[in-house]
Design a protein around this ligand. Sequence first.
Ligand SMILES: [Mg+2]
Length: 118
Amino acid sequence: MAKILIVDDSRIIRRVLTGTLTEAGYEIAGEAANGEEALEKLKTIKPDLVTLDITMPIMDGLETLDHIRKEYPDLKVIMISAAGQKTKVLQALKAGALDFIRKPFEKDEMLEVLAKYI
Ligand SMILES: [Mg+2]
């Protein structure tokens, strides 16, 4: 089953995502609370897809996406955005993110988006 790395500074969001994705049969490759942690984890784990929060301290989602695109060009990335982040979402899609999921998300909607790519 496809392995997913969850990147979000909110522990609650990470927990919800982990629960929903595990329940749907995905394997959680790991969790990271910011971009720096995510890049560190990517040195050792090989997920099929990353869910990447946009707003995070230390290194945000857009900067993380740039690094991922350069270092792991084939890695699939789906952005997790909040309301009012349309500009940043468009920027991320332009930079190579496949899609986005908007918070607060409905389980089914979220799984539908993921199922398009893995
Ligand atoms: Mg956040």
